[in-house]
Every structure is written in structure tokens, then in C-alpha cells.
Design a protein around this ligand. Structure first.
Ligand code: C2E
Ligand code: MG
Ligand code: MG
Length: 705
């Protein structure tokens, strides 16, 4: 509704056209508006259903709204206690029904902001041009003063009852002479007393708050009785019979007669919701929203407290080994479910009274074990690793995510929580580098060689600059003849101690920084040159192919295919001798672009293998859309194969791959049992420690000759 409408109603009510006729050239409505707003009293008009049509500024102020737009179409129920709104409405009805004005009657009003006013109100019927009653127009004067309210309260029991009933808050009145407190029914209810308890000795009322708070409230009331001006404003709680706790705001002011505080009158408001909201906010600030465990901030606080109290404690820093795969291939929704399941399992294994569990990042968790027994926390780490080997059941799927753990015993060298977490991070990284699904205990020597994550990263950068990497090759064999048909090139980083670090220790960093593009090119070039060398040296290598893994980051380069073609040509190897392994996740990262690049490679003769299939188990349906030749069954589909036990998922994947014209390679075969099972199921090629571990190129040559 527009202001115009309101004004036309006002015109009808005002009925003073002659006045405007004497002011030609000035818009009447503008004048009328200004006149109405200039009146210090409240003016309003409502339609036949008592909905607000218009009002002046004084009235809008009483409602607590900024403009008429906000009040338009609302009624008294939207602003005043319901008992009170009903009274107003009854009065409107009376005026409209009788067609007669009521002049200057006294009303109590409790505004939305809680202030109590006494008004002298006039209401008159609002009529249209034909004289029919279409609403009500009203005006009021505030006659409020402390004295007025006080008098009204003291004199009129009836009015007192109205205010008390109308208010959502409880009203109480403490008589100093008798020491009796009179309670409104609502007040009794809030105190957990029967509604009939309307008069009680002050000590009995105050006792509702429990001994400690009662003493304090009694003291404050004593102060108010002694000095005339101090009001009460306090928060207190009442323990209810059903075991719940109610929080109330107690407000009270002295009523002074003849220079003496005669009584204290006040209200009691239920603020449990506010307090709960506050607690909820506090909980949210200190807890992880997904798992309900503590968050990183609050874990740090706990560690700081341990350090401040000089207490013995250990921190277990956990990282899920394969979470990224689950999250990327099955989506965040399933990823979240997985994290919740992880939190539940962690709680059931480690959630003792002396342990604080926290989720500190995406798939990182921590356990703070309070206590002087370092071995106990190491045993706990071991137990957690063991418990995480079992699959999680999520969205009807069995999913695996082992966990790696770094254990730090809080020591003198730790001055801040950050010191502790840095050491935890260092040895977590050690656990990952040692092949995952295990724990490592921090030793100060680790700090020296991996002083910070930074130095590790710097080492990787330096390794890329001088390409200090090596390739190991793992044979892939024909399931029936056992002949070696190809090798998969797997990158290694030769450490200073002669040990080779596995890709999980440095690939993530290479991917994050994009360095993988350069390294990937080096891998392809090295593998192709190696294949050419084997062929020169051994006739058995004539039909051998080499498989290289491609990271999804590499597909972001538009030059990828051209560069690969050049590298193969340079090494003297035909595209038909090369297999490119990509994961579904890599394809899913940008399905159109990646598929297009794979199609181009394929048209050149390069074969495409979908790697690690079955980790997500999600995309059976999208598989036929991928430009692929080979499906590599992930280790998790092989690990549980035993004897002649049925494994419907594994069987299903092989059958379906064949139906789609794909050749199958099983990865991670570690036993004769598994080999036999897969052969029976019709799997075409095999790869795994059972046949051979990834090995340096000289050893492959031994196998070929
Ligand atoms: P992948 O492509 O699935 O490679 C197979 C992984 O399984 C290798 O781990 C291999 O050592 C391991 N493996 C083979 N047989 C068995 C077995 O019987 N049992 C067990 N438990 N493991 C077995 P690795 O070398 O640590 O490589 C891990 C992953 O790193 C690879 O998984 C691949 O995704 C990635 N990667 C390796 N080299 C490269 C590379 O040059 N470029 C890129 N972009 N990624 C690479
Ligand atoms: Mg691979
Ligand atoms: Mg694989």
C-alpha cells in the first residue's frame, strides 16, 4: 500500500478542506502530512480489521519502527503483548460498531522495547465519503511519569493485573513492611512455582535461586532498600524439577514514599534462549561444526594450558591416507560423511577421559593425551592405526582410509603450542614417508633435518632444479602366460641415506606448486629413453610397453599432447609403446578438457589406462564415456580376495570392463591366492609385489635377458 492511500484515509478523517483552499498552490497532502507529523501526540488510523493504514512519527516511535512501510498491514498483535493487543482491538471494535468516538480514556501500554507508558487515548470511527465506517482513527497523549505509573500500580489492582498478565515477563512486588513478595502467575511459573503461588515470603522466593545466588540477590535487595536510587539488574538461574536450567533477568526499581523505599517492583524475564545462543556461539567458536570435536584453536588452548601447568602430555597428530581420493571422486558430501565416521571411530578408540580430540584441518585430527606415560600414548597411536585398517561403511559403500600418525611428547623445548604442532607435523611427515598407515614418535634429531616444512619444500624444489629423481619400474605380466608385457614407471627421490623416498612424500607438493609439469615431462622422457635402451640390449623387450602416470595438473597445459609427442619422437619410441595412466579423479577435475586431450593421445596410438579404479567405486556409469583402453583395478579390490570366496564388486568391475571393451590389470597382488582368484575371474594382466616390486632399470634388464 502506498502513502497516498494512507493520506486519502487521513483526508477523510481530517475533513478540513476549507483550510487548504486558503493556501492555493501548495499541495494539500504535503501540508497535512507535515501537520500530522508535527503533533507531539501519537496519531494513527486502521482499517476495518484493525490493521494499520497510517500513522505519524510519534506513533511509529511507540511501535519501534522506522517508517510506515514497516507497520503497514500489521496490527497490534505484532507489537504488543497479546492480552494488551486484544484490549486495543476490542476498543477499536466498540468504536466501529457504535460509530461513536471514545475520548481520553486511560490505557497502559508496554512497548516492544519494554517501556511501560500510561496513555490518554481517543478513538473515533473512520468514515468514507458516503459516511460508512471503514476503520478507526485514533490519537493519544502520553501522560507517563514515574509517579503516574507508580500510582497506577499501587492504586489499581485491576490494572496491575492487566500489566502483569499482558507481559510475557513476570511481575513482582516486594513489600518492605511485610517482607512478602507478590508474584504474577507468569512470575511464579518462571520461578518454577505453581501459578497459585501469588504471595510468598521473600526468603522463600529467593531460595529458588539456590544458596549462592540467593545470598547475592538478598544482598543486592538490601542495598536497594537502603539507598533509594540503585535499581536491580541481575542475571540468575533456576534449576527446574525436570532437571533443566532456566536463566532469568531480574530487574527491579524502588518505589519511594515519604523519603523511604516502601517496596521494590520489578520484572523477571526468561532469557534462557539468549544464554543458550551465547553458549552455542561459544561452542561453535571452539568446536568443529562437522564432527563436533574441538577445533584447532581450542586444541591450541588446551596445549597452552598443558605448557603453562608444566604437565606431562603427548599429542598424536593424525592424517588420513586416502581422504583426498574419496573426496575428489565421490564428492564433498561423501567426504563429509567419511570425516564424521572417522571422528566416531576415533572417539570410540581414543575418547577416554584424559584425551582431548580435535579436528585440526581438512582430514587432519589430533589427540591430546594428558598424562605422564609416554608409552601409553604410543600404544594408543598403534591401536588407532590398527583400528583404521578396517573399512568404513559410507553411503552403502565400503571405503578404506588408513591413517598416519606423528606422536610428540611435550617437552621442555616446547614453549608454545605452535612448537608442539610443528614437531608433530614433522614426524607425521616421517610416518607418511615410511609408507603410511603407521605412527612415528618425534625425536629431536628429526627437527634438525626437517627443521620445518619449509626446509622439506626447499629440498624438493632443489631436487626439481637438478632433477635428482629416479624412476623405478614395476613389471606387468600376462595373467595366463606370465610373460612380462610392460612396466609401470614410478618416480623415486633418492634420499641422502641411499633410501628412496616414495611419491607420497613429495608428489603433493609438486602438484601444489605446478612443478609436476616439468617433472612429468622428465618422467616421460626418461621412461621412453629407458625403453629404447632395453630394446637395444634385449630382444625380449621388443614388445614391451612403458606406462607413465599423469597428474591432473599436467592436463591443465594446452601443450601437453604436443610436448608428449615431441618427447616420444625424441627418444625414438612410438606412441603405441606408451601407456598413459590417469585416475578418474584427474578426469573429473575437468571432464571435457581432459577427455579431449586423452582422445587426441589415443588417436596418435597412445593407450590410456584408468588407474586406481575402485577407490571411489562411483563412476561405473561414466566409464563408457572415457576414452580408455585399460582399466587398472585398485589394490583395495584385490586385498580381500581369498580362496574361492565370492567378491562381487571385483567380479563386477572385471565383467563390466570387458563389456565396455577394456582390458583389465589388477594392481597390488601380494599372494598366490589373489593371483589365482583374479585369473579365475578373467583378469587379463597383473601387477604387484607378488611378482616383483618396483625396481631400478638394471634389474628389469636382468628379467628381460
Ligand atoms: P599407482 O600409479 O597406482 O602406482 C602403483 C603403486 O602401488 C606404487 O606405489 C607401487 O609401488 C605400489 N604397489 C605395486 N604393487 C604393490 C603391492 O603388491 N602391494 C602394495 N602395497 N603396493 C604395491 P608408489 O610407487 O608409491 O606410487 C604411488 C602413486 O604415486 C602411484 O600410484 C601414482 O599415482 C603416483 N606416481 C608414481 N610415479 C609417478 C609419476 O611419475 N608421476 C605422477 N604424476 N604420479 C606418479
Ligand atoms: Mg599408476
Ligand atoms: Mg594404481
Amino acid at each position: 500500500m502506498t502513502t497516498e492511500h494512507s493520506l486519502s484515509a487521513a483526508d477523510a478523517a481530517a475533513d478540513v478542506p476549507d483550510f487548504f483552499e486558503r493556501l492555493p498552490g501548495i499541495d494539500e497532502r504535503r501540508i497535512l502530512r507535515q501537520v500530522i507529523d508535527a503533533v507531539p501526540a501519537g496519531v494513527f488510523w486502521k482499517d476495518i480489521d484493525s490493521r494499520f493504514l497510517g500513522a505519524n512519527e510519534a506513533f511509529l516511535k511507540l511501535l519501534g519502527v522506522d517508517s510506515m512501510e514497516d507497520a503497514l498491514g500489521h496490527n497490534d498483535h505484532d507489537y504488543f503483548p497479546s492480552e494488551m493487543a486484544r484490549e486495543f482491538r476490542a476498543m477499536d471494535r466498540h468504536v466501529m460498531d457504535t460509530g461513536e468516538a471514545i475520548v481520553e480514556f486511560e490505557e497502559f501500554v508496554i512497548s516492544p522495547d519494554g517501556t511501560v507508558d500510561v496513555l490518554h487515548t481517543t478513538k473515533a470511527p473512520l468514515r468514507d465519503e458516503l459516511g460508512a465506517v471503514v476503520g478507526v482513527v485514533g490519537g493519544f497523549r502520553k501522560v507517563t511519569s514515574a509517579v503516574k505509573i507508580e500510582e497506577a500500580l499501587l492504586r489499581s489492582q485491576e490494572r496491575y493485573a492487566l500489566v502483569a498478565e499482558a507481559s510475557r515477563d513476570g511481575i513482582w512486588d516486594w513489600d518492605r513492611g511485610t517482607d512478602v513478595i507478590e508474584l504474577s502467575p507468569r512470575c511464579a511459573e518462571l520461578l518454577g512455582l505453581p501459578g497459585s503461588a501469588t504471595k510468598m515470603m521473600s526468603s522463600d522466593v529467593i531460595a529458588r535461586f539456590g544458596p549462592d545466588q540467593a545470598t547475592e540477590i538478598g544482598r543486592r535487595a538490601g542495598e536497594v532498600f537502603r539507598s533509594q536510587s540503585v535499581p536491580i539488574d541481575a542475571t540468575a538461574s533456576i534449576d527446574l524439577e525436570d532437571g533443566s536450567r532456566r536463566w532469568v533477568q531480574i530487574v527491579g526499581a524502588p518505589l519511594v514514599r515519604d523519603g523511604r523505599v516502601e517496596r521494590i517492583v520489578g520484572s523477571l524475564a526468561d532469557i534462557s534462549d539468549d544464554i543458550e545462543r551465547e553458549r552455542d556461539l561459544e561452542h561453535r567458536a571452539t568446536h568443529d561444526g562437522l564432527t563436533g570435536l574441538q577445533n584447532r584453536w581450542s586444541l591450541n588452548q588446551s596445549i597452552e594450558r598443558v605448557l603453562a601447568g608444566d604437565r606431562a602430555a603427548s599429542v598424536l597428530y593424525l592424517d588420513l591416507d586416502h581422504f583426498k581420493v574419496v573426496n575428489d571422486s565421490l564428492g564433498h558430501h561423501v567426504g563429509d560423511e567419511m570425516l564424521e565416521a572417522v571422528a566416531r571411530r576415533l572417539t570410540s578408540v581414543a575418547g577416554g577421559s584424559s584425551a582431548t580430540l580435535a579436528r585440526v584441518g581438512g582430514d587432519e585430527f589430533a589427540v591430546l593425551c594428558d598424562g605422564p606415560d609416554p608409552e601409553a600414548s604410543e600404544r594408543l597411536a598403534e591401536l588407532i592405526v590398527r583400528e583404521f585398517v578396517a573399512p568404513f561403511e559410507i553411503a552403502g559403500l565400503e571405503m578404506y582410509s588408513s591413517v598416519s600418525i606423528g606422536v610428540v611428547h611435550v617437552a621442555d623445548a616446547h614453549r608454545t603450542a605452535a612448537d608442539v604442532m610443528r614437531d608433530a607435523d614433522t614426524c607425521l611427515y616421517r610416518a607418511k614417508a615410511a609408507g603410511k598407515s603407521c605412527h612415528r614418535v618425534f625425536e629431536p634429531s628429526m627437527r634438525d633435518d626437517a627443521d620445518s616444512a619449509l626446509s622439506h619444500q626447499n629440498l624438493v624444489r632443489r631436487a626439481v632444479e637438478t632433477m635428482q629423481f629416479a624412476l623405478h619400474y614395476q613389471p606387468i605380466r600376462d595373467a595366463r602366460s606370465g610373460a612380462m608385457v610392460g612396466v609401470e614407471a614410478l618416480i623415486r627421490w633418492p634420499g641422502e641415506d641411499g633410501e628412496h623416498l616414495e611419491p607420497s612424500a613429495f608428489l603433493p607438493f609438486l602438484e601444489q606448486t605446478g612443478l609436476i609439469v616439468r617433472v612429468g615431462e622428465w618422467v616421460l622422457a626418461t621412461a621412453c629413453r629407458q625403453l629404447a635402451r632395453w630394446r637395444e640390449a634385449a630382444p625380449g623387450a621388443a614388445d614391451l610397453y612403458v606406462a607413465v602416470n599423469l597428474s591432473q595438473i599436467q592436463f591443465r597445459s594446452e601443450r601437453l599432447v604436443d610436448d608428449m609427442v615431441a618427447v616420444m619422437a625424441d627418444a625414438g619410441v612410438s606412441p603405441a609403446d606408451v601407456v598413459v595412466e590417469v585416475t578418474e579423479t584427474a578426469v573429473a577435475s575437468d571432464p571435457e578438457a581432459v577427455s579431449a586431450q586423452l582422445s587426441r593421445l589415443r588417436s596418435l596410438g597412445v593407450r590410456i589406462a584408468i588407474d586406481d579404479f575402485g577407490v571411489g567405486q562411483s563412476s561405473l556409469s561414466t566409464l563408457d564415456r572415457l576414452p580408455a583402453d585399460i582399466l587398472k583395478l585398485d589394490r583395495s579390490l584385490v586385498a580381500n580376495l581369498r580362496g574361492s570366496e565370492p567378491a562381487p564388486v571385483t567380479t563386477g568391475v572385471i565383467t563390466m570392463a570387458h563389456a565396455l571393451g577394456l582390458v583389465t590389470i589388477a594392481e597390488g597382488i601380494e599372494s598366490e591366492d589373489q593371483r589365482e582368484w583374479l585369473q579365475r575371474a578373467g583378469c587379463d594382466f597383473m601387477q604387484g609385489y607378488f611378482f616383483a616390486r618396483p625396481m631400478p632399470p638394471e634389474q628389469v634388464l636382468d628379467l628381460l635377458t
